[in-house]
Write a protein that binds this ligand. Structure first.
Ligand code: SME
Length: 176
């Protein structure tokens, strides 16, 4: 059995670092944080914390989990947020319905966007798919317009793929 080791805090790279280098650092940090740990809540909480610290310009970063056919708020960093989101509603619900990452450069132009935090101007939502089923989403919000592009999409999808096998999604999506 793997034993968990405490991981030292890794600060974000200095201003001027490339997006690519930032995501390489974040990916390494996330892998270290979840290595050998099986508790889904601890792992998702630490991933939300690492993403929030390392991706520039965020006002919110975290997870929604599929429970009883709808998204329910999971571990996050930022202001308290909407608790339940129906499939197909808002950017998160669209990511689930389409099973596809949503990159929204201007949330005011997205029909049905749910404004949990009035500061949010752009958003990226990556669905988490296990055995063909969406078990949740990773949602990042920014107060800057167009804070996310194809590079964020690729990198965040890679991070989601990295953590998918190490999280107990059955426990994470239980309704009780
Ligand atoms: N804006 C999201 C809702 C979640 S919050 O931003 C944290 C949406 O439209 O799905």
């Amino acid at each position: 059995m793997l034993t968990h080791h405490e991981v030292d805090y890794v600060p974000p790279l200095a201003e001027g670092a490339s997006k690519n280098d930032r995501y390489i650092e974040l990916r390494r940090y996330v892998l270290a944080l979840v290595a050998g740990e099986t508790d889904w809540l601890a792992n998702l909480a630490n991933v939300a914390g690492a993403v929030f610290e390392h991706v520039p310009g965020l006002n919110w970063a975290g997870f929604y989990l599929m429970k009883g056919g709808e998204l329910v708020l999971g571990p996050f960093q930022g202001r308290p947020a909407c608790v339940r989101i129906a499939v197909g509603r808002g950017v998160c619900g669209a990511a689930v319905a389409e099973r596809r990452t949503q990159v929204v450069p201007d949330v005011t132009a997205f029909p049905g966007h749910i404004a949990c935090d009035a500061r949010s101007r752009s958003e990226i939502v990556v669905p988490i798919v296990v055995d063909g089923q969406v078990v949740g989403v990773l949602d990042l919000d920014s107060a800057r317009v167009a804070n996310f592009d194809i590079e964020d999409r690729r990198a965040l999808e890679t991070i989601v793929k990295d953590i998918t096998p190490v999280v107990d999604w059955r426990a994470a999506t239980r309704g009780d």
